[in-house]
Design a binder for this molecule. Sequence first.
Ligand SMILES: [Zn+2]
Length: 373
Amino acid sequence: MSSFDVQYQDRAERLIQRALSAQRLPHAYLFHGPDGVGKETFARALAMLLLCPQPGRSESPDGQPRLSACRSCDDCRLAQAGTHPDLHLIYRQLIKYHDDPVVRRRKGLNLGVDVIRQFIIDKLGAKPGRGRAKVFVIRQADRITPQAQNALLKTLEEPPGTTFLILLVSSLDRMLPTTRSRCHLTPFGTLPAHFIAAELTRRLPRLPPQRVRLIARFSQGSLGLALQHAEDGLDGQNDQLVQTLLELPRNSVAQVVEKLTDQAKTLGQGYRRRDPEITETEAQRRGLKAIFALAATWYRDVLHTAIASSDLVANVAYADQLTAAAAGITPGRAVAAVNRIAETEAQLDANVNTKLCLDALVIRLTRLTGGAS
Ligand SMILES: [Zn+2]
């Protein structure tokens, strides 16, 4: 394990440790990379180190000096418990705790200027509660509105005294160039599938290995996403979807579209449970995208089976059905199916009517897999 409680983020770790040992640690960071790969865990461990009065020195396996929080002092214990008075976690739902009742009634879809002002800027003047430093970790900082980013610029430029700001973003696209240029960019990468599979098994010991493999494969290198998939029962949704795809030629377009829509709604409920601020339409749209990802994987698996690359197959529980499906479709048509799904997803993103998109997709998939052209 690293000093920062994460694995496979060596680059970020090296950058931070190098700055620590040179004693010129920047005061504002942009941790950027996919969600669910350890950015927040890393940020909280770094915060703990910055707040710890007696950090320990050691060496990394490649001989570089390494600083770590002691993990036993009062500051470390408070930081670990999330109750350290100088460690501030900022997230968009804080809007519900704003002093102004008018602001409290607003939806917290973004991190607006009200939240940034009350929970960061207004706190900067006061001395740290326990004396050492003050650390702000901003979750989903790519949701800070441009107006609020502007309000934060002066703080990022020259944070007062021993104040540190760590902004966590999944994409740099939504950050203003002025914000980016004032922060130290720290990249985080995706996690290897074998690590995600091992973590899933460790945390959810009752999940059967075949399902672990499928979920790990769908997680795009994000442990957070893999855990969500497990919670949403994505593997069970995949079973239903595979059944629908296998029966494509025997059902009407309307029946198939209804089944896909029902699945999208079920998955959408999980998204809304985790993020009640999103609309039902948006939740369903995300559900549909998850279904598309499963469908594309199925046709990719058909292709892998057809060209005898079975080691790349995600749907290992369906070896027989894949062999039968591969016998009934040319590799070219399997590729066309994958492409058609990607096109439909792009249409959804461009706000084309969902039902029209689905009707057209189902008709095309039925033709591609049913023999007629
Ligand atoms: Zn300590």
